[in-house]
Design a protein around this ligand. Structure first.
Ligand code: 5GP
Ligand code: ZN
Length: 115
C-alpha cells in the first residue's frame, strides 16, 4: 500500500491526525469534512495514497468501487436516499488535497450546476 509521509489524508488514515470517522473498511475510511458544505458532508478516502480518482482507478479499481459503496452506506446511515458524490480533480476544479477523496453531500437541496 502506498503512503505519502507529507499527506494530510494519509495522516488521517494512519490516525496521526484525528478525524470524526463515520465508516471504515479494509480499503477506505470515511470521516466528516472539517468545513461542511451541507448537513451531511463526509469524505471517503482510500487507505492507499493516490493523487486523484483516475490514478486510483488505474492503480486500485476495486477500491474505487468500494468507496462508492461506503459513500452510499454513509448516506443511508444519515437517512439519505438522495445525495451527491463529487471527486474534485485538479486545482482548477477545486481540489486542494491531493489524496483522492469522494465528497458525500446531502441533507439539503443540492442544486445544479455546481459553483
Ligand atoms: P477538495 O477541495 O480537495 O475537493 O476537498 C478537500 C476537503 O478536505 C475540503 O472540503 C476540506 O474542508 C477538507 N479538509 C481539509 N483539511 C481537513 C482536515 O484536517 N480534516 C477534515 N476532516 N477535513 C479536512
Ligand atoms: Zn495520502
Amino acid at each position: 500500500m502506498s503512503t505519502d509521509a507529507d499527506c494530510l489524508f494519509c495522516k488521517i488514515v494512519d490516525g496521526e491526525i484525528p478525524a470524526d470517522v463515520v465508516a471504515q473498511t479494509d480499503e477506505a475510511v470515511a470521516f466528516r469534512d472539517v468545513n461542511p458544505q451541507a448537513p451531511t458532508h463526509a469524505l471517503v478516502v482510500p487507505r492507499s495514497h493516490f493523487a486523484d480518482a483516475a490514478a486510483l482507478a488505474d492503480g486500485e479499481p476495486d477500491t474505487l468501487a468500494s468507496m462508492v459503496r461506503v459513500a452510499r452506506d454513509v448516506a443511508h446511515a444519515a437517512g439519505l436516499d438522495d445525495y451527491r458524490l463529487v471527486f474534485n480533480t485538479g486545482e482548477g476544479a477545486g481540489q486542494t488535497v491531493f489524496h483522492t477523496h469522494l465528497h458525500v453531500l446531502g441533507g439539503r437541496a443540492i442544486t445544479w450546476p455546481p459553483g
